[in-house]
Write a protein that binds this ligand. Sequence first.
Ligand SMILES: Cc1cc2nc3c(=O)[nH]c(=O)nc-3n(C[C@H](O)[C@H](O)[C@H](O)COP(=O)(O)OP(=O)(O)OC[C@H]3O[C@@H](n4cnc5c(N)ncnc54)[C@H](O)[C@@H]3O)c2cc1C
Length: 451
Amino acid sequence: MNIFLHRDDLRTHDNRGLKKASENGETVPVYIDDPRIRKNTGRNKKAFRKKGLKQLDSRYRRNRSQLHYRKGKTKGELEKIIGENNVEKIFYNRSYTPLKRKIEAEIEELDVETHGFQDRLLVEPGELSKEYGTFSPFYREWKKIKKSKPAERPENFAENPEISEKIPGKEASADIPEAGEEAGLKRWKDFRDNRLEKYRDRRDEIARPNSVSRLSMYYSSGMLGLRKVLEDVENLIDRDEDSSRIRNYAKYRNELAWREFFYQVLWHNPGTVEENYRNFENAVEWQNSQEELEAWKEGRTGVPFVDAGMRELLESGYMHNRTRQNVASFLTKHLMIDWREGARFFRKHLVDHDTASNIGGWQWAASTGTDSVSIRIFNPVKQGRKYDSEAEYIKHWIPELRGLDPDSIHNWVEMSQEERNKYDLDYPDPIINFNQRYHVGKKMFENALGR
Ligand SMILES: Cc1cc2nc3c(=O)[nH]c(=O)nc-3n(C[C@H](O)[C@H](O)[C@H](O)COP(=O)(O)OP(=O)(O)OC[C@H]3O[C@@H](n4cnc5c(N)ncnc54)[C@H](O)[C@@H]3O)c2cc1C
């Protein structure tokens, strides 16, 4: 028999490694819950994955098979399975983060034939002519590279050898979406048929939760095939004649490429999981105030747009990209707290946590990464006014502010103490002098850059 090892690919559709395994003979699907990965996974993502594993198991059971779940170090568990069964070959899809590459190297040491496949990325870093440090040139080449077609769903599964443990459940701390490939495909089709044609125009309408696809958690746990999505997007681009709609479809392809860009950066620079991507002349002198960090984590900084984002994260395990950028910039520039604190907190709460995008996004927003602007400081007051003009998003996540009109909410940081006192709300005053901190934060980066 052959083993297909599910990793970040909890699906049977458009799964290249699984398809290859089943073409090679009867396949036993296995998932190994490795403690090294578990340690780096937050509660919401764990819960989402566990639900996804159960869905995957049900799908296999409909084909008279099952998903074999084991807990332990990947190589050790595979050795046990090989020792007890007649395993000829092991198939898996490649991953690109340092820890998962390490685990892959261990799999390759096993005493059976092993085969790794490209699946998690449309274009692997090695397919590009060189390493890219900024997105635009990366995208120009990425777009030209021919991508594979979606893999067909296989059916050749072995009936049950006795190798499975029971898949455990896990409670989330947030209200997380439905998991599994059926949920992923359903959400994609709904987005594709109803909202993709306006994606570029509406993606920053932050108060409308469905202005974006909210598929990141399905991509992150591999519950939705990328080739399937890209094929649909490119068919729309080729067949539609309306240039405005085409621009909207193309923007979605561009966003998928951001994900691939950050994987490419991490693959070439595995140390950036912990280290700055950018070389500074002097060390960045982070201030790391514990009190300010706690206020940021709790969504109680007194800057409504930032707090709304953080509360969205705490309650739903998700945050809109616009607020991710703002809360990250605020933590690193206004509060002058090390980006690694923020990245760890995101990892703890995000259902869609993905090492490459998280580290890439944090370093980009902290100006330690790949942003082509040298020191970018978001102004969360202006951003709130622009992208949430009626303060609907803010009011949704901060009930204490629901009684205020949008102007007063956006002015909260700038109004006098006396005015704020008049409202007598259970919502904090800004924890910092907002305008002064902008300059202090900027100076901290200028010093690091030796200016
Ligand atoms: C500080 C910070 C941390 C982040 N951490 C993560 C993370 O852990 N996991 C994660 O998937 N994304 C992360 N992102 C990227 C982005 O915010 C999310 O991918 C996006 O908000 C997910 O929502 P969506 O699926 O509705 O996106 P859509 O707007 O519908 O975009 C479609 C898909 O494109 C990809 N994508 C879009 N924008 C980006 C981007 N800027 N970087 C990388 N991929 C992108 C995602 O796979 C996303 O699902 C982070 C961004 C920042 C600024």
